[in-house]
Design a protein around this ligand. Sequence first.
Ligand SMILES: [Zn+2]
Length: 144
Amino acid sequence: MPRSTRRPADVPGALALRRDRDRYAALQRAIGAVGFFRRGTLVRVYGRCGKPGCRCAADPPRLHGPYVQWTRKVAGKTVSVRVRPAQVRLFQEWIRNARRLDRLIARLQQLSLRATERILRQQSDPQRPAGRRPGRSSRPRRGG
Ligand SMILES: [Zn+2]
């Protein structure tokens, strides 16, 4: 692509900011590619049915299970739902997606913080508004 015009904003800060924008866009695409998700975990549980005379009520008890449950927090409370064996793989995929989404959003947040810091720094630095002046006049620089 012939980008002949060297814009005055081509200072290191602006380059870094452009790189951050590219990374941001890439993360947004990655987030867009994440499929359906469910937060939570799968756990194996054993239980008692409560029927008198059942093996689960014997001494020692032989509990039923294992069963797979999908567990997550809802308004601070743990909520569990039984998962049928045929659905375990689906749940695993959805839970993986949720974790991936969380990781991507964490990276997005980190990147966004860095980029906005850069923007704020550029705005508050009188030496660098669009780089119109040759600069380096008042800022001490070695080797020049
Ligand atoms: Zn039982």
